[in-house]
Design a protein around this ligand. Structure first.
Ligand SMILES: CC(C)(COP(=O)(O)OP(=O)(O)OC[C@H]1O[C@@H](n2cnc3c(N)ncnc32)[C@H](O)[C@@H]1OP(=O)(O)O)[C@@H](O)C(=O)NCCC(=O)NCCS
Length: 190
């Protein structure tokens, strides 16, 4: 379990199926990320039992209400992911229910995931990708400190349509420099 200011990131549980369906059935969430909106609570339960049962996949739970409102996770080279990566690298993925968009919740979750990637899992680099036109996700990559790396054109999405995907990267050197700068600015604030 990971705790941030407003969120708890914890493994998905079967009893979350109804809460997951509430947001994952929204056609504005899944397709832009490459997956079908959930069609039923049973669909959501199946996803919890399969895709979300992978290690390092977390329900994004709002502390204030205890409700799971989104999902985020770290995907490794041997699991479901879209960046071409080496063994000591991973990719972060995320989404959050529409009522919670624009409150910086996912950047808060991503910050905690990056801490986990570099400080606990000792990874060399972390990727973040989004399909062309997904400005909201692009902003999450930028605000979280990732750097643009490359673009893959005309790739087949899991939904079977051709898309352009942009990839951003954060190396462990980038991560350490970012945190050193944050520490420095804290010192100057004093
Ligand atoms: C992308 C997503 C995870 C961002 O999460 P978030 O917690 O809302 O992130 P932020 O609050 O930092 O907002 C990110 C950007 O979304 C846009 N945004 C914010 N609120 C919005 C709203 N209500 N409607 C449309 N866009 C909005 C803004 O461009 C914002 O960037 P800014 O801070 O520079 O203004 C979320 O929008 C989402 O789940 N989208 C659908 C699924 C998805 O795209 N997943 C990522 C796949 S790669």
């Amino acid at each position: 379990m990971i705790e941030t200011e407003r969120l708890i990131l914890r493994p998905w549980e079967e009893s979350d199926a109804k809460a997951l369906f509430k947001y994952a059935s929204d056609p504005e969430i899944g397709p832009i990320a490459g997956w079908q909106p959930h069609a039923s609570v049973g669909d959501s339960l199946e996803i919890i039992r399969t895709v979300f049962a992978a290690p390092e996949i977390y329900a994004v739970v709002l502390k204030e209400t205890g409700e799971p409102i989104g999902s985020c996770g770290i995907m490794f080279s041997d699991s479901l992911h879209s960046a071409a990566m080496n063994k000591d690298e991973a990719e972060v993925g995320y989404w959050i229910g529409k009522p919670y968009w624009g409150q910086g919740m996912i950047p808060e979750a991503v910050k905690a995931l990056l801490e986990r990637c570099f400080n606990d899992l000792m990874l060399d680099a972390v990727w973040c990708g989004y399909y062309d036109g997904n400005i909201k996700s692009k902003r999450v990559c930028e605000k979280s400190g990732f750097t643009y790396h490359h673009t893959n054109k005309d790739i087949m999405s899991p939904l079977g349509d051709k898309r352009t995907e942009h990839f951003y990267i954060m190396t462990k050197e980038d991560y350490n420099a970012l945190n050193l700068n944050i520490d420095k600015s804290r010192q100057t604030d004093r």
